[in-house]
Design a protein around this ligand. Structure first.
Ligand SMILES: [Zn+2]
Length: 111
């Protein structure tokens, strides 16, 4: 004998039978389909929210990196008024430091 309640309800009945057992089997099947569909759409929703969130974080970090770099240039120029040239590396290191001061981890992929 099968474990499945729907199969058991239908065991001795024909398609088109109108007894309460067959009605129950139809209802259980309908509810199972509904449940599966709802799980699937919920899964998709969570997936797309996760995707949007990670895109937003990516954009935020990009804006933060730009800001740290710009502030690094300003700070370096203020602190070294007579220096002829600032190197890219010094500016990046200073930008990392500024990010740390803000408590930002926007350079985490580059360090
Ligand atoms: Zn029946």
């Amino acid at each position: 004998m099968t474990d499945d309640i729907v199969a058991r309800l239908r065991q001795t009945h024909r398609i088109g039978c109108n007894c309460v057992g067959c009605e129950a089997a139809d209802e259980i099947e309908r509810l199972r389909e509904e449940l599966t569909a709802s799980h699937e759409s919920h899964g998709n929703e969570v997936g797309s929210l996760t995707e949007r969130l990670s895109l937003a974080i990516h954009e935020r970090d990009e804006a933060r990196r730009d800001r740290c770099m710009a502030r690094a240039v300003i700070r370096w120029d203020l602190e070294h008024p007579n220096s002829p040239q600032r190197s890219e590396t010094t500016i990046i290191i200073l930008a990392w430091q500024i990010a740390d001061e803000q408590g930002w981890d926007c350079f985490k992929e580059e360090r």
